[in-house]
Design a binder for this molecule. Sequence first.
Ligand code: AKG
Ligand code: FE2
Length: 421
Amino acid sequence: MSDDTALLELRRQDHHGSPQALYQLATALVIRHELEEAFVLHRRAAEAGLANAQIECARMLLYGVGCEADAELASAWLLRAEHAGSPIASYFLALVALGGFALPRDGRINERLLRAIRANYPPALRAAAIHFGRKPGEVDQVRCIQMLELAAGHGDAVAARLLAERLARGEGCARQPLAARDIWSQLQAIGIGALPEITVPEYAAEGTHTGALSLEEVLVPVTPKRQSLRPRVMTIDGLLSADECRLLVANAESRLQRSQTVDPETGLPLAMQIRTSSDAALDPILEDVALRSVQLRMASAAGVPLSHAEHLTVLRYEPGQEYRPHRDYRPPGSIERDCPQAGNRLRTICVYLNEVEAGGETHFPVSGLKVAPRPGRAVIFDNLQSDGTPDVDSLHAGLPVERGVKWLATLWLRQAPYRNF
Ligand SMILES: O=C(O)CCC(=O)C(=O)O
Ligand SMILES: [Fe+2]
């Protein structure tokens, strides 16, 4: 059956009005980017009580896909689906609540994630594995490996990649190079290659509870090291764990595009010689609990609510590639085009994700500071002065990579909310 015939058949079934038929037609329409009609159909199926449609309807409302974004209404649909017993609805409620904006960030986050873990929902298993993987206890490490295995067994390729890295290096388990190789060859058969070398020697384990699922640990305050006063630059070693760095690279790899910068003349994005890397801006709709937890950790280390964050951008610099001296605050014209009520870019947090053989430091010419890329290390700097006006001293550059590849995650944080949940 061709796509169109299949769609016609779904449309014919829809006339019988069964929620299942509506849901299937809506799903087919999402794939064809006919989003407004898809939303209406999902809502009809949701009103008829179909939990899967309630979840899809909520997801569309969260991200404003095919409809006006409305996180409160989305949460109401998720609560209905959860009430009907859906563990996936619980998972999405945990995801929303993590932001602490549309739903309170309370103990129910862990209960909800646990419900999704018990149902073997792979995104929940993956998020929990990464969470336990940060804890130093032996029981936590065992749990991390078990959950990665379970998620991988349910077809989660990202979890399989994280597992292979841990088995190959003996992280949280005995070294099992043969088992790792076996996973890598299975992944290669579906076109997925190896991850870059990422090891994070030590990171702050304070504030973590052994054996307990406690996602709120991402908010435990960390003490940054001041590196320069003018401009204000700080660093935190080991902010992200090796699993978290690998997660970001794995999510960005297939979405990389030539980087662009905002043209100061027109305010429009443009590929320019000043910035020669590739990058992937992770669309919030791709966000799962694991990715959201990483962003929450980054925003909170920078002292800004996650709701103020623009899309997380993951950059890859190959040898010779660089980001020449620039400032991150945006010219007035470009803010008007992109959420003016959020104001300008108050602060930036970048986290280096892998080991770079040579080059690739972040350079602040005004103070002469050079921060070396080390996996898991964050560099945080202010782009505005305390009165909100641009700080010209915030000039900085990503120096050319001399050998190897540099992966970096950047979160630009605005003065006021940019996201709606
Ligand atoms: O690559 C770097 O070290 C700096 C990146 C940067 O300036 C940015 O992403 O805004
Ligand atoms: Fe920058």
